[in-house]
Each structure stands twice: as C-alpha cells, then as structure tokens.
Design a binder for this molecule. Structure first.
Ligand SMILES: [Zn+2]
Length: 295
C-alpha cells in the first residue's frame, strides 16, 4: 500500500561517508516513512564544494543500497538546482524580505551577542548598506515574535529569531547558497510532507519555518531523532572523527542502529532482510528516545 499522503527523505551531505549517526538517522526516517506506507526519497545536499569529499556522494548511495534501503524516485542533487534557489531569493527580494549584507564574519562576531547557533546578526545592513560597502551576502528579515514548532518526538520548541539568530543568511558571502534556503525550497518543491532527521538540526528549524512563511510554502511535519554522541558526549561527525560505516558486517550494524532507536530485534532474527522485516512490523516512534544516545 502506498500512502501518497506521506513523503519523507534522507538528505546526506557528501562532506564525508556515512557513520553510525547518519546511518541511524537514515534507518529512523526510512522506518517512519515505510511503516506508514509512505515514500522515502534521497537528496544529496552538495551545496558546499569546499567541504565536500570527492566520491563521497556515490559512496553514500552505495552504502545505502548495500544496507537494503530502497528509495523512491530519482536521487536529487542540490548542486543541479541553483535556478530554484535563485528564483526563491528573487521572490524574497521582490517582496522586500531580503536585503544585501556587507558584513564580514569578523565584524559580526565583534558586534553580536551569542545566540542559539552562533552570533546573532546585529542588523547592521538592514536599512541599507553602509556607505562605500558592497553587498556580499543576502539576508532575510526576521520578526520579533515567537515561532513555535510542534515536533513529533521533541515536543514544543520555540525561538524568537530576532533574539536567537537575527536575520537569516540566504546566499552566503562566499557565493554558496545557505542551507536554510535550499532545504526549504527543496522540501516544498519535492512535496515532502514529513521531515525526519537528526536533532542537531532542531535549532535551525525555526529559521526554516520563517523562510517557508516568507515564500508562502506549506509547512511539513517535523520529527527530530536523537543525536548519536560518542563517549565524550560529542555528536558523531567527521569533525569528531566518527568512523565511516563499512559494508562488512551489515547485519550487526543495522541491528545496532535499531537498538539505538529503541528497537531491539530478537536474537533469532538474522540477516539484513529479516531485520528490516522485523523492524517494519515493530516500528513505533514511541520507543525512540528524544535525548542523545551514546554510541
Ligand atoms: Zn551586514
């Protein structure tokens, strides 16, 4: 049974190979989609070439395939969708929401208070560029009011962007599209109904809700899965040297991912396909922890 009312996705960045954290997120988003008869798509978020690792995108897809993930539709590559992001920025410029910003990272850091995710942009260029300066980035005006997210796993989450982040970057000073713009444009253009991803992205979700509102786009459902952390409590990532997932011993890696998501397969459940079958039959978000899980 295909439930066209549910469309989810897994959206890795090819800045490294899959590790235990990203694999677990993929497993959670896959099970959440498939257990509801929904679609599950893969989108490669390759918008940051300086940080990307050559060959990582293909390696990630190969690993997903080896683990038995079956995705719907064609793989979408953000690097081939610049026209969509440009059109969205144009719309925000035309409706007076977006403005050019000349500030350097250093200037912002010197002038800004610390927010929930780095310095709060102090609004220097909001009323026009300072004399003699040229725009480097584009920003989106935010409003001084609370945005509320009802997350299916994390519960209520609130931010006031004016105090927590300041005006949101849409196009970065280095010429690359900001994640906050691209992810919103893609989720809407691809008709995503449910965003299931790691809780490290919870902090950026209110900015995405605001970009959605300013573009007049629908708001999908959100579910932020627990972050996988190492013994020191650091999020598993390339920066914390999380080891890449190999294609040896797929069964035990898949079993571990399920256990981290609160689903322990019985000991007599063996093999990749049998594990998936068991997981699909037993998947329940109510068994997934909302807090960090130590790997
Ligand atoms: Zn500025």
């Amino acid at each position: 049974m295909i439930n066209t009312a549910y469309r989810g996705r897994f959206a890795p960045s090819p800045t490294g190979l899959l590790h235990a954290g990203s694999l677990t997120t993929a497993v959670g988003s896959y099970l959440e989609a498939r257990s509801r008869g929904g679609e599950w798509w893969v989108r490669m978020e390759d918008l940051d070439p300086p940080r990307e690792v050559p060959g990582a995108a293909d390696a990630i897809l190969h690993t997903l395939e080896a683990f038995g993930f079956q995705w719907d539709g064609e793989i979408v590559y953000q690097s081939r969708r610049h026209a969509l992001y440009r059109a969205a920025l144009q719309q925000l410029i035309e409706n007076g929401r977006a403005y050019p910003c000349a500030c350097t990272r250093k200037e912002i850091a010197a002038a800004a208070a610390r927010g929930v995710d780095g310095p709060v942009y102090p609004g220097t260029c909001r009323r026009g560029l300072p004399a003699g300066r040229e725009g480097r980035a584009w920003r989106l005006r935010v409003e001084d009011r609370e945005l509320l997210l009802q997350d299916r796993l994390q519960g209520e989450y609130r931010q006031n962007l004016a105090h927590d982040t300041g005006d949101v970057v849409l196009l970065r000073a280095d010429g690359f599209w900001a994640y906050q713009l691209a992810v919103v444009v893609d989720d809407a253009e691809q008709g995503m109904t449910d965003i299931v991803r790691g809780a490290d992205l919870l902090v950026s979700t209110p900015r995405q809700l605001w970009v959605q509102q300013c573009l007049g786009l629908p708001k999908p459902g959100y579910c932020h899965l627990p972050v996988m952390v190492n013994a020191d409590g650091e999020k598993l990532s390339k920066q914390t040297l999380a080891p890449a997932i190999g294609e040896a011993d797929i069964d035990s890696q898949l079993r571990l991912a399920l256990i981290r998501l609160g689903h322990r397969p019985p000991a007599d459940c063996h093999g990749r396909d049998e594990l998936w079958q068991w997981a699909l039959a037993h998947w329940s978000l109510s068994r997934v922890s909302s807090g960090p899980v130590t790997v």
